[in-house]
Design a protein around this ligand. Structure first.
Ligand SMILES: Nc1ncnc2c1ncn2[C@@H]1O[C@H](COP(=O)(O)OP(=O)(O)OP(=O)(O)O)[C@@H](O)[C@H]1O
Length: 699
């Protein structure tokens, strides 16, 4: 009897859910009609204003900008409503609000949907209350609201929906928002050439990072495929939504290691409602931040061999120490006296001025001190003649003036390198010295230039960025981060990386200790670990596991989502047959409908040669991630993922039994979502051979 009652209740519940979905879809359709009409009118207005501006009419320019903003807003609303037609919402929470004594039921979706532009029908996933869905268990709890007190709640139900194409396929009630079954369903889909969103299935540990406070530095160590890139982008979207009054999108900057990665990241931004933020390669950041101080003749080149020293914290700290000593020696603070007026400015008072501006450059400090001298002179000369005053002002106007020394950034840097070599005979920077004298700098020299500019020559504070997000952070040494932090004093950093994937073994980071030391300056700052891997099938993860042990020297383990796929296939044939097998494999995986396929070679040279053997155009846009087959060196696959990966010639000559090669191989293997093929003519790398089953070998 109870069973029957339960079934009736289920049925009724299901009917109610169907009705609710229907009413949401019709609201969305109504919104779309409304926004389409408005967008059309707004478009016309913008075109008319554009013509007016071209004719130079009155104040049309201001109106044009305002109208363009309105048009952009309407287009955005239209995009959100159109996107919501497929899956208007993915979750629901039913709770009592104990703070305001109300009972609430919220549907949560990727896009907030309102009726009449005011009544919220579907809550945006970024809204504070949506946190309850991702984090809270049933029962009493609370959620935080930026700039306000926490709201106390009693959660009665958390429901997760499976909706696609506007159809309800099912739902379940559970404490866990997106369980592994739902995750596996999402993860089994094919990969288009864009970075997807994970809004409906964000996991608790990812949510914590996404919603962490903006005024702190964060470092995230996450195994391959743990969602670092994805989480960084969702954090940007979350911060811009919730701290709209604090930040403009243009104050945000994403830094990545290659154009390919940035292109991939860019593809995921519109879906997350993120527009107009900056993105930059690491080597472009310092020229950008230095502005005019970065001379046209400076050229960034590949790392010099001594980058293994220049990239790490002791080096950049030594440069900073050298610059501090240069500043102290130059200012050489002691009482400033005049035969007629006595002490104009005491050493104590100057030291005090300095302590008020501890981060100012030498030039800024000199300006403060000169200003103080002038105001003291004004006071001391109140009873003197105008000529006397003028003469004294003339005499002391540029009392502090290091510009007269005609220092240059390269000159100071070379002096520092020489000093360092003299103090440490084991160091030899001759290659860098020669490069710098020819204006050819590697990224660490560029960072050093940035620090010299910051400490000595900078005239105003840099306020270009407030939030910086760095992906694949492990590929650069601490030097670049240290300088970024010094140059952008008031900026906060979200740094994502995986030391097991450090493909620049000597210069990049193999642990996080030094970076924490360089970046963390407040107890609020946080280090997070992401260990769950979402990208690869369990077969690919297991294959990667052994390599990871070597790559991370046992440091970090993978905890994969259990999703099964085809076993990794090792194709071991003669060198004459290898290309033929590759072509056959490519044909077969394309036939299966995989959209993104990568053939991963060890080096750029090998990738170029293989492309030509496959009759692929060598010029095919190497900086953009696209559907179809891509032949790439491992270094360019950083941060990307493909439905299917063919690992090309991972033999013992290309990948030795050394952590440096293990990291490269780990990166290559973990790019594959669904299928991995290993093709070689020579004996396999010792990193792989230990766990290959006879079964998986095609001879
Ligand atoms: N919570 C989640 N739900 C569904 N998919 C997820 C989730 N988290 C991550 N993914 C998926 O896992 C894959 C890996 O994510 P991402 O590329 O952000 O990882 P990563 O840590 O940056 O990887 P890598 O270090 O290897 O570049 C992506 O396809 C992403 O959509």
């Amino acid at each position: 009897m109870a069973g029957k009652k339960g079934a009736i209740k289920m049925n009724q519940d299901y009917q109610e859910e169907l009705l609710h979905l229907e009413s949401c879809l019709s609201l969305i359709q109504e919104n779309i009609r409304l926004y389409e009409a408005r967008e059309q009118a707004s478009r016309k207005e913008v075109t008319a204003l554009f013509q007016a501006v071209r004719k130079g009419e009155g104040d049309s320019y201001g109106q044009l900008i305002a109208s363009q903003n309105i048009l952009e807003h309407l287009q955005n609303s239209l995009r959100k409503n159109r996107a919501a037609l497929d899956q208007p919402y993915f979750g629901r929470i039913v709770y009592d609000d104990l703070t305001y004594d109300t009972s609430e039921c919220c549907y949560i979706g990727k896009n907030g949907i309102s009726r009449n532009q005011t009544d919220v029908a579907i809550v945006d996933w970024r809204a504070p209350v949506a946190n309850v869905y991702y984090e809270n268990g049933l029962g009493k709890g609370c959620y935080a609201v930026p700039g306000s007190d926490d709201v106390e709640i009693d959660l009665h139900q958390k429901r997760t929906y499976d909706i696609s194409n506007g159809q309800l396929h099912g739902y379940y009630d559970d404490d866990i928002a997106a369980n592994d079954d739902l995750l596996v369903k999402y993860l089994s889909q094919n990969k288009d050439a864009v970075l997807g969103d994970i809004i409906a299935t964000i996991q608790k540990e990812q949510n914590t990072i996404i919603r962490d406070l903006p005024n702190k530095n964060i470092i995230v160590q996450g195994v391959a495929g743990s969602g670092k890139t994805t989480v960084a982008l969702h954090r940007i979207s979350y911060l811009l939504y919730n701290y709209e009054e604090l930040y403009k999108p243009s104050e945000f900057c994403i830094i990545g290691s290659s154009d390919m990665l940035l292109h991939y990241i860019r593809s995921g931004l519109p879906e997350l409602d993120v527009h107009h933020i900056h993105e930059m390669r690491m080597d472009a950041v310092f020229p950008y931040l230095m502005g005019k101080a970065w001379k046209k003749q400076y050229q960034i080149v590949a790392d010099y061999p001594d980058a293994s020293v220049k990239s790490h914290l002791p080096f950049i700290r030594a440069l900073d120490g050298f610059l501090s000593r240069t500043i102290e020696d130059t200012l050489h603070l002691s009482d400033i006296t005049d035969p007629d007026l006595g002490v104009i400015l005491s050493q104590k008072s100057m030291a005090e001025t300095w302590s008020y501006h501890p981060n100012d450059s030498l030039y800024q400090m000199e300006r403060h001190l000169n200003e103080r001298i002038l105001s003291r002179l004004k006071f001391l000369c109140t009873e003197k003649t105008a000529d006397f005053r003028k003469a004294k002002r003339q005499a002391f106007r540029k009392h502090f003036d290091s510009s007269a020394r005609k220092w240059t950034i390269p000159g100071l840097y070379l002096r520092f390198l020489q000093d360092l070599e003299e103090g440490h005979p084991e160091l030899d920077f001759s290659i860098t010295r020669e490069g710098v004298s020819k204006n050819r700098l590697d990224v660490y020299d560029a960072a050093a230039f940035g620090l010299i500019q910051r400490r000595i020559f900078q005239k105003q504070d840099q306020e270009v960025f407030s939030q910086i997000f760095i992906d694949e952070a492990q590929d650069f040494g601490e030097t670049v981060y240290y300088v970024l932090k010094q140059v952008l004093n008031d900026c906060y950093f979200t740094i994502m990386g995986d030391v097991s994937q450090n493909i620049r073994y000597e210069t990049g980071m193999n642990d996080w200790d030094q970076l924490k030391e360089a970046m963390f300056d407040s107890p609020k700052d946080s280090f997070y670990l992401l260990q769950k891997s979402y990208r690869n099938t369990i077969e690919i993860s297991n294959f990667a596991g052994e390599v990871l042990k070597k790559a991370s020297q046992g440091g970090y383990q993978i905890d994969p989502v259990i999703r099964h796929g085809k076993p990794v296939e090792v194709i071991h044939v003669s060198s004459q047959d290898l290309l033929h097998h590759l072509e056959m494999t490519l044909q077969s995986v394309q036939k299966k409908g995989f959209e993104t396929i990568a053939v991963i070679c060890r080096t750029e040279d090998e990738a170029a040669k293989l492309k030509s053997k496959l009759h692929m155009s060598p010029a095919r846009d190497d900086t953009s991630f696209h559907n179809g087959v891509m032949v790439l060196p491992v270094s360019l696959t950083k941060g990307l993922e493909f439905d299917c990966v063919i690992l090309w010639e991972p033999d013992e000559t290309r990948y030795s039994d050394h952590p440096k090669d293990a990291k490269l191989l780990y990166v290559a293997i973990t790019r594959a979502l669904h299928e991995l093929y290993v093709m070689t003519a020579q004996p396999l790398s010792p990193l792989l051979s230990s766990f290959l089953s006879e079964k998986s070998m095609v001879e």
